[in-house]
Design a protein around this ligand. Structure first.
Ligand code: SF4
Ligand code: ZN
Ligand code: ZN
Length: 306
């Protein structure tokens, strides 16, 4: 028998297996927005008084986040990092700009090449480091530096349930104590490290994708050419397999961790230092990874940062 929407009893459009919930289009949209609103409130991520910045990649996650914030009545600006990864980056930029224009949202663009003196693609060719690791260092630094210098009080990213569970699995496999501690939906401001939050952590990739299609959001369909073969990609496939056999595992895994985090970590495990060059917080004394990278680029050396 065809499933019916749990709220209005009309023919269901989607069945969310993990929640054993069938919904029509209208109630699916309402529920998605409600989940985001409740996550923002539960973790005290921000209020309308905050100066909110969204990291906008042009993919479905960040655009859905920005779109929902607008519908919930939050005023949020966007920042797009132009990483310089060939056609992938030019398309990402185009779609981010198109979205901001149609929604009349403010979007700033930061070019990695302008700041670093080399595009990410150029760095990948010369570095021995894994592309995603190098890219992560650059993205984290540029986003935080921009947010801090422009006076934003909170920086939001579109990480979702699938991202977070794959990352948590990876961090637990290696017992990466510092990373595990930092894997929380909201992290407070620490010196020049701006407060960060992830309002989509309780939504799956499928829900975000479906929501984007229903709301007519045009997002980047191509994947970064360097995403294939990445560790996170592999872990994400494993989590998908677990979820297939044991529905709701991802949500239980993540929610359970958020509850237990307080017990694991009565005190935060890391001390932050100030980078003598950019003045941004770093986990070890001396130049931060970003500044070391920048220095090597300017000297034309190989780009390995550790
Ligand atoms: Fe950067 Fe890796 Fe993401 Fe590509 S897949 S944008 S290299 S982090
Ligand atoms: Zn309904
Ligand atoms: Zn630095």
């Amino acid at each position: 028998m065809a499933k019916r929407c749990r709220i209005c009893q009309k023919k269901a459009f989607i069945y969310l297996r993990y929640a054993n919930l069938a919904l029509c289009k209208e109630h699916f949209i309402q529920r998605t927005e409600k989940v985001v609103k409740e996550t923002i409130e539960k973790f005290k991520m921000f209020s309308p008084q905050d100066k909110i910045l969204v990291a906008v990649s042009g993919g479905k996650d960040s655009l859905v986040l920005w779109h929902i914030l607008g519908k919930l009545g939050f005023k949020a600006d966007g920042v797009h990092l132009d990483l310089g990864i060939g056609e992938f980056s030019s398309l990402s930029l185009k779609l981010s700009q198109k979205f901001s224009e149609t929604h009349q949202f403010n979007l700033k663009v930061v070019s990695a090449k302008e700041v670093l003196g080399a595009s990410l693609e150029e760095l990948f060719k010369k570095s021995k480091e894994k592309p995603c690791s190098l890219c992560g260092t650059v993205k984290r630094h540029l986003l935080n530096e921009f947010a801090y210098k422009e006076g934003y009080s909170v920086l939001l990213t579109g990480h979702h349930l699938d991202d977070e569970t794959a990352r948590l699995l990876g961090n637990l496999l290696n017992w990466e104590i510092d990373y595990i501690w930092r894997q929380f939906p909201v992290l407070p401001q620490e010196g020049r490290l701006v407060k960060r939050a992830k309002p989509l952590v309780f939504l799956s990739k499928k829900e975000i994708e479906t929501y984007a299609q229903l709301e007519g959001i045009e997002y980047l369909q191509v994947k970064c050419p360097y995403s294939r073969g990445s560790k996170l990609h592999f872990l994400s496939d494993i989590m998908d397999e677990i979820e297939k056999h044991f529905p709701s595992s991802k949500l239980r895994f993540l929610k359970g961790f958020y509850k237990l985090r307080k017990i694991f970590y009565p005190k935060k495990p890391i001390k932050l230092f100030e980078c003598p060059s950019c003045k941004m917080p770093t986990t070890s004394e001396g130049l931060c990874r970003f500044c070391r990278l920048k220095e090597r680029i300017s000297h034309g050396e190989n780009f390995k940062t550790n």
